[in-house]
Design a protein around this ligand. Structure first.
Ligand SMILES: *Cc1c(COP(=O)(O)O)cnc(C)c1O
Length: 397
């Protein structure tokens, strides 16, 4: 018998969400998450994944994963510090450090885990963290876990950051102060103002932490936002994910050797959660090798992104201020945005609507994620469908 309290809690809250239209129904894929996907037996142009470079289905990564399964099996068998560290975990970490131009790197089971791990390994209740108001949920949770004082600054507002950094420093209340930001913000596709953040950090002796989940593989010819700005030796923590452009699953922190050594003895997801599987590690190594050897996939990604953006703009859509391949198509009204996405889906384009409270009220958008794996024919087809739905719904003329 289940608890009455729990039953009541779940019934009330589920009904509430469903009543507000906020209950998310998940569509399972009957195919790989490539440029085309199959949902409910229907083939759709996929503009929703974070598989920026198409590596999730790359034959070279699949081969590397299969070989690793043959050699090491399907599981690492233990946490990293007992005997779950395989030689390939170390090889991956060395390759990541080289790729990020840092002294060392440490791999985790996900990008989310990196933020659970790294922030609280260094920050505690006597510290303060200056956090961009639009930072990712895992950064917010990681900050909370550390029990440091969280001071939010207005999104990418350097005047506000500077004022709050000054105030925190001059208060003398905190042992350490950190500034933490996404490298690329996933809802609008804008880039953090890292050169100014670094200047402010150097002025007030702040620890710098950049979560570059959406920048790695995309900016800086693939090496990320920090590299894009030439700041590799001036950022303390560089977080990356292996789950987006790298196409696999996992995450990493890159930085100075001492920092990584500390995380290996003090970060809890490293100490208390089983290591990345051999297949994930081998596929990630292959991806990093491919990105280091050639910028071809990166160039194709940008080429496709520019093509889609130009096409949508020519049709008359508002695509916001994105500086990256993330391409929002701003519709405005929440209900209209959801209807727009639904009609795209019916006609053959899978692009998700993102509405309040994820983005501010009245800025509902359909978010498009073009990739290196899309062909021009797929993008042309998607643009034709956008034109039809846009005219049908009076969003464009
Ligand atoms: C996606 C994302 C994560 C989570 O990464 P996973 O590897 O999927 O767990 C963390 N931080 C940011 C900024 C992200 O965009």
């Amino acid at each position: 018998m289940s608890s009455k309290q729990l039953e009541q809690f779940l019934t009330e809250n589920l009904e509430d969400l469903k009543g507000k239209g906020l209950y998310n129904v998940i569509d399972p894929l009957q195919s790989a998450n490539g440029p085309m996907i199959t949902i409910n037996g229907k083939s759709l142009i996929n503009l929703s994944s974070n598989n920026y470079l198409g590596l999730a289905t790359d034959s070279r990564l699949k081969k590397a994963a299969a070989e690793a399964v043959e050699r090491y099996g399907v599981g690492a068998g233990a946490v990293r510090t007992i005997n779950g560290t395989l030689d390939i975990h170390l090889e991956l970490e060395e390759k990541l450090a080289k790729f990020k131009q840092t002294e060392a790197a440490i791999a985790y089971q996900s990008g989310f885990n990196c933020n659970m791990a790294a922030i609280s390994a260094v920050m505690d209740k006597n510290d303060a963290i200056l956090s961009d108001e639009l930072n990712h949920a895992s950064i917010i949770d990681g900050c909370r876990l550390s029990r440091a004082k969280i001071i939010r600054f207005n999104h990418s507002d350097m005047k506000d950051l500077r004022a709050k950094a000054k105030e925190a420093k001059e208060s003398g209340q905190y042992n350490k102060i950190m500034v933490i930001t996404d490298g690329v913000f996933s809802m609008d596709g804008d880039i953090a103002k890292l050169p100014e953040i670094v200047e402010i950090a150097e002025e007030f002796d702040l620890i710098t932490y950049v979560d570059d989940a959406h920048g790695s593989g995309v900016l800086g010819k693939g090496a990320g936002t920090v590299k894009h700005f030439g700041l590799s030796d001036r950022i303390d923590f560089q977080i990356g994910t292996l789950s987006k452009a790298i196409g696999v699953v996992g995450g990493y922190v890159a930085g100075k050797r001492d920092l990584i050594d500390w995380l290996k003895v003090r970060s809890r997801p490293f100490l208390f959660s089983t290591a990345l599987t051999p297949a994930d590690v081998a596929a990630s190594i292959k991806a990093i090798e491919l990105l280091t050897a050639s910028s071809e996939l990166n160039e194709r990604l940008w080429d496709n992104a520019d093509y889609l953006k130009e096409g949508l703009q020519k049709l008359g859509f508002d695509i916001g201020n994105s500086e990256t391949p993330i391409t929002p198509c701003i519709i405005g009204d929440e209900v209209k945005t959801q209807e727009f996405s639904k009609r795209l889906n019916e006609k053959g384009v899978y692009a998700k609507s993102i509405v309040f409270p994820t983005v501010p009220k009245g800025t509902g958008r359909v978010r498009n994620m073009p990739s290196a794996a899309h062909t021009k024919a797929m993008l042309d087809e998607a643009l034709a469908i956008y034109e039809t739905v846009g005219k049908e719904m009076g969003v464009i003329q």
